[in-house]
Write a protein that binds this ligand. Structure first.
Ligand code: UT7
Length: 319
């Protein structure tokens, strides 16, 4: 027993920041960002909280699935960092939505968080502890990057994506992997002001070796996808849509060419949203779902990679 996705939702902040707006305070330009990444703009939090975005995306997903908040048995929130260290985002969200369920938790699995959340949910479905699960991936990347570092801050945006899962046979297979390598992609924690600790020379901003992550991403995505398809005897042509983590259009295109698939099977919104970490796949899924493009019985492949280093892949059948 596992799940079907029965509702999707998404929310992005009101402020849209085009590439040109960044060259006002950074040594960068629209052409570099567009050609190296595919990004034209991103949305950034101003007066809204991250919880506001999480709530909006969850309400949309609940409404599309036509289920009451009271029927939700579990909330999983994926975030690198919510509005608070504690309480968790899932606790705060349950209060906002009036959900009083026994199972709720936050996970921090970087950009692969949505697929790790699906895996966790599958275990709860399989042990018959839940019938309906709400997953919300909400990320405020604008708070975590160094706005003086042009090699990272131009890549990210803020946003939230949500899904409702209900009992069903929609999960074909899923695989997650972690290698523990952290030096090429990390965000150090805060140091605090303990008079007893030795000060480290780190700032709580995202550090990334872009070229190393690029190489990891291309090989992880293609290995994950080909082994998942082979294991389940599904030819690449039989997948209706490939939903890949939106980090760089060149990474997505490289996977698409290796799989010899047409452009329309690889939906993309990196141009308008940038990289919203674990929220990229659920936001994109919501966009494509609302366009009515996904049909009952369609096979969807989801693939992500991120800090950990992690990579994760899921094969789903749409209800
Ligand atoms: O979900 C999180 C995972 N993160 C990723 O997936 C990131 C994966 N990596 C990438 O997407 C790419 O490596 C980047 C987009 C980050 C960088 O692209 P690149 O083609 O690997 O560029 P590069 O790092 O080799 O930099 C090329 C040049 C450098 O200048 P020099 O040394 O050639 O003079 C950089 O200093 O581009 C320069 N540069 C910039 N120039 C204008 C770096 N950032 C910028 C910028 N604007 N924003």
């Amino acid at each position: 027993m596992s799940f079907f996705i029965t509702g999707t939702g998404s929310a992005i902040p009101g402020l849209c920041v085009p590439n040109d707006a960044l060259s006002g305070f950074l040594d960068t330009n629209d052409e570099w960002i567009r050609t190296r990444t595919g990004i034209r703009q991103r949305n950034i939090l101003t007066s809204e909280s991250l919880l506001d975005l999480a709530e909006r995306s969850a309400i949309e997903a609940l409404s599309l699935s036509k289920c009451s908040p009271l029927s939700i048995d579990m909330i999983i929130c994926s975030t690198l960092h919510g509005d608070f260290f504690t309480p968790s985002m899932s606790c705060l969200l349950s209060k906002r939505l009036g959900i009083n369920c026994r199972h709720m938790l936050d996970i921090n699995m970087g950009c692969s968080g949505f697929i790790f959340a699906l895996e966790l949910a599958a275990a709860y479905f399989d042990s018959k502890r839940v019938k309906r699960v709400l997953i919300v991936c909400a990320e405020a990347m604008s708070r975590l990057v160094d706005w003086e570092d042009r090699s990272t801050c131009v890549l990210f945006g803020d946003g939230a994506g949500a899904v409702i899962l209900e009992e069903g046979e929609g999960l074909i297979d899923l695989a997650c992997s972690i290698d523990g390598e952290y030096e090429n992609l990390n965000i150090p924690g805060i140091e605090g002001n303990s008079p007893f600790s030795q000060k480290r020379d780190t700032m709580p901003y995202l550090n990334m070796n872009g070229q190393e992550i690029y190489k990891f991403a291309v090989s992880a995505i293609i290995n994950d996808i080909t082994s998942m398809l082979e294991k389940n005897a599904i030819p690449p042509d039989d997948v209706a849509y490939y939903f890949l983590h939106q980090a760089n259009i060149r990474i997505i295109e490289s996977a698409r060419h290796k799989l010899k698939q047409p452009e329309e099977k690889f939906p993309c919104n990196i141009e308008s949203c940038g990289n919203t970490s674990s929220a990229t796949i659920p936001i994109l899924l919501d966009e494509v779902n609302r366009q009515g493009k996904i049909k009952k019985g369609d096979v969807l492949l989801l693939s992500a990679f991120g800090s950990g280093l992690t990579s994760a892949v899921a094969l789903l059948r749409w209800n």
